[in-house]
Design a protein around this ligand. Structure first.
Ligand code: ATP
Ligand code: LTN
Length: 335
């Protein structure tokens, strides 16, 4: 992994809290692949962030490895990008503590993710859930990232990163780069196949609501066949909430085949939803096939996979240590 002096640095992470979905893939991951040549890129599996919810140790370990393998399988390349697992680089937890002393209680309390997640799981409102953004601040600032591609839900967290970095720089002099969030364009939001007014999320209790990146072709076809549509039986993009199901299928088909909505409407003129659903399913199967093949190869050779993430950890630790040493010196810790 070689970083160029002329390129800006980009960093993003994803939590291994479940099986990655087509929503994660089309909305976030696939975009990372496009961006990796443009920037010095850093991608990580945010396993420290994952434990704000209770996970079985075995499941966390397996999901973390799967997530790391998927990042590789979709086309992120450890020769071009720095790729690692968050918990293997101790500097994240260390800087998170330091930064938490420069983050205000009131600021953290205003984070909508904290409010939403506290409501959803009132019996496990742990301190980690509250200080979650401080760990994210550390993730970003350790690598002096210029840009951070995230979904709209994470924009508030990156804005907090800017506030905290500016505050620290104001007290101690230039220490951190101030990062910018990059939010993908509209269309990147994939909705649930069962309730197209809600986001397709990996923690949905109904398995038919989402497509997993690793679903086999039969499952993908079955889930698309069951997708909720309307009674009009005409494929077009409409404004009414009734069309949300078809709009979502058109969005998926367009994202995968690069066809415009107009082209799709023409292609399925006079045809029923059955034909359309099958075409969407087949396009998704084709898109995911090479990803699944590479994933299976990687997972069948755990030794190589381990070597890859260990190398990533070493490279990440080297960069992170530089920033952390500077911070510790500025704050006044002994050498
Ligand atoms: P959960 O369902 O548990 O809330 P999630 O799938 O939203 O999880 P995150 O780890 O928060 O998981 O998402 C990772 C990235 O994938 C984020 O950048 C997010 O914006 C993006 N993403 C998630 N779901 C979708 C979706 N349905 N459409 C587009 N992008 C999505
Ligand atoms: N909070 C993010 C995941 C995440 C992240 C980061 C994203 C953890 N650390 C640093 C960008 C930069 C999420 O829930 N999607």
């Amino acid at each position: 992994m070689e970083f160029s002096q002329d390129k800006k640095t980009m960093l993003s992470m994803i939590k291994p809290t479940g099986h990655f979905t087509l929503g994660n893939y089309l909305g976030a991951l696939r975009n990372w692949v496009k961006l990796q040549d443009e920037y010095n890129s850093i991608f990580a599996v945010a396993d420290l962030h994952a434990i704000t919810i209770r996970l079985e140790p075995k499941a966390l370990r397996q999901q973390t490895l799967q997530a790391y393998a998927i990042l590789n399988a979709i086309g992120l390349d450890p020769k071009k990008s720095l790729m690692f697992i968050q918990s293997t680089v101790p500097a994240h937890a260390e800087l998170s503590w330091i930064l938490s002393c420069y983050s205000m209680y009131g600021e953290m309390q205003r984070m909508t993710q904290f409010k939403d997640k506290s409501k959803k799981a009132p019996d496990n409102v742990n301190l980690g859930l509250f200080s979650y953004p401080s760990l994210m601040n550390a993730d970003i600032l350790l690598y002096q990232a210029d840009v951070v591609p995230v979904g709209i839900d994470q924009k508030q967290h990156v804005e907090l990163t800017r506030t905290v970095a500016n505050r620290f720089n104001g007290i101690y002099g230039e220490t951190f780069k101030i990062p910018e969030p990059i939010i993908p364009k509209v269309g990147a939001k994939i909705m649930s196949l069962q309730n197209p007014l809600e986001k397709m999320g990996k923690s949905d209790s109904n398995e038919n609501a989402y497509i997993r990146i690793l679903d086999d072709p039969d499952t993908i076809v079955r889930k698309f066949k069951r997708a909720v549509t309307d009674s009009q039986a005409r494929v077009y993009f409409g404004d009414s909430s009734e069309k949300a199901g078809i709009n979502n299928l058109m969005t998926i088909y367009s994202a995968v085949t690069k066809k415009s909505f107009e082209e799709i409407e023409k292609e399925f003129d006079g045809k029923g939803y059955g034909d359309f659903k099958l075409a969407v399913a087949e396009a998704v199967v084709e898109e995911l096939k090479p990803v699944q093949e590479r994933y299976n190869e990687l997972m069948s050779d755990k030794a190589t996979l381990e070597k890859m993430y260990q190398e990533g950890a070493q490279e990440a630790a080297y960069i992170a240590r530089k920033t952390l040493s500077k911070v510790k010196r500025k704050v006044g810790f002994v050498k």
